[in-house]
Design a protein around this ligand. Structure first.
Ligand code: HEM
Length: 224
């Protein structure tokens, strides 16, 4: 039986780690979107959500776990990408599709680019919101996070950047979710087409859900 370290540095083990960390990060995104959609309820509801989250004693361990998942996912994916190139230092002369059975797509071949965008996006995003302008709400001790969001998305540049960014993230998830489910071996049960549809649906819901927020705040937010 292979020892644990050699399993996780093998190709199968690396794919497993990329899939496991990726799906865990998708779990975070689902929760993050659900919380963010409270902007559609009211500024108070959104501020209370942010306040409850930040005052939870588990928030620091959860954030550390999130950083570890994110870095491990990126590290393993980059290693795998470079390894794949190392194994074939001279490229194919002609790139051809494998026909209708090929799982290659525009999204799959651009995973490394969309992933690199995510690596740059997350620190910028935290700088903009988590560590961005801090206002007190009318309730003492509660941050007016809604005002920060409204301020950021009153600027057309940010709206365009977020709409484009969420589209790129959508492409990453379009291929990533179904591919991760496949790496975990779930499609051996014969669920391949269903899994692909699940992956596409999750990607589309997350991308559209997230990108609706800057558009909503920019075009309608001031009326709240
Ligand atoms: C329009 C889309 C989004 C909006 C409006 C938004 C909004 C926010 C806000 C307001 C915070 C600060 C929460 C707080 O300090 O209490 C935050 C934190 C965060 N966001 Fe987003 N977010 C969006 C999309 C994303 C995406 C696509 C990702 C990841 C790819 C992401 C990752 C994070 C992370 C990692 C944190 C820090 C969480 C923590 O430290 O607890 N966000 N976001």
């Amino acid at each position: 039986m292979p020892s644990r370290p050699s399993f996780f540095s093998s190709s199968v083990g690396s794919k497993f780690l990329i899939a496991f960390t990726g799906l865990s990060l998708v779990g975070f995104l689902v929760g993050h979107l659900a919380g963010n959609l409270l902007v559609y309820v009211s500024p108070d509801a959104f501020n209370h959500y942010g306040d409850t989250l930040i005052k939870n004693p588990l928030v620091i361990p959860a954030e550390l776990g999130l950083i570890a998942l994110f870095l491990l996912h990126a590290y393993k994916a980059v290693r795998m990408f470079l390894g794949a190139n190392d194994a074939r230092p001279v490229g194919y002369q002609k790139k051809a599709r494998a026909g209708h059975t090929s799982r290659k797509s525009w999204a799959s071949t651009t995973m490394i680019l969309s992933g690199t965008f995510l690596l740059l996006f997350v620190p910028l995003h935290l700088q903009t919101f988590k560590y961005g302008s801090h206002y007190e709400s009318s309730e003492p001790g509660v941050r007016d996070l809604w005002r920060t969001v409204a301020e950021v998305f009153s600027r057309p540049g940010y709206v365009v950047f977020y709409v484009a960014g969420m589209t790129i993230i959508g492409f990453h998830l379009w291929h990533g979710v179904s591919s991760a489910l496949q790496s975990l071996g779930i499609d051996r049960l014969g669920w391949s087409p269903a899994l692909r549809r699940i992956g596409w649906t999750v990607a589309a819901v997350l991308a559209v859900g997230f990108l609706s927020i800057p558009l909503y705040v920019y075009f309608l937010g001031a009326r709240l």
